[in-house]
Design a protein around this ligand. Sequence first.
Ligand code: PGA
Length: 253
Amino acid sequence: MRTPLIAGNWKMNGDQDMATALCHEITADAQTLSNVEVLLCPPFTLLLVVESALEGSRCQLGAQDMDINANGAFTGQISAAMLKDCGCKYVILGHSERRAIYGESDLLVAEKIKIAVAGGLTAILCVGESREERESGITEQVIERQIQVVIDIVGIQSFNNLVIAYEPVWAIGTGLTATPDQAQQVHNSIRQQLASLDASIADTCRILYGGSMKPDNARELLEKPDIDGGLIGGAALNAQDFLKICQATCPTA
Ligand code: PGA
């Protein structure tokens, strides 16, 4: 049984006041949600503020990126150990904005995943196709390649400590969403890829959907058998919208 995970990716948004207010509103209601794991991923500068605001709640803390190096002369970078030190349990890696804007390759993302897992963090590996790739009919090959590089570098067993987020690039921040059937098809092909190597890992590995998930489309996406949660951008900055998405994981809520 896979416990649904709803993760908020705040991206480069927020200040201390906003973070504190958002966390208080979320934690007050999150206490009443059962059978869903709630995760907040603020920018680095707000990790400690959010950690303290989440204290005693059932919400978890995560970061949006990290460096592959452990320490030393890497100006501006943050290591896995630093994230652990701030109370992070998760780290998002290979987000399409990191790949597209900062040129992160499949290989670099896989190296980061390896360091994160070795450092005791649960990595959220983001994969997804561009609009051109979808229109050319190569969506599944693209996703398979992105995941295969990680399997080659970290091994299938590491997927015990991994969450996959399928985020079609054309759906991120655009208001366009993959239809539940489109998303389910890709999620299922990811699970088949894992199952060809290890059936039990395929069965337990959570695969989130991300890309304009909102309160009004969350339930129909989350009802699909291979969609185990969401990676939420814009809607994670509004406590009520985020909570409604969390509630959408509970069939009876
Ligand atoms: P969005 O972002 O929900 O604003 O589309 C999702 C993401 O980038 O993780």
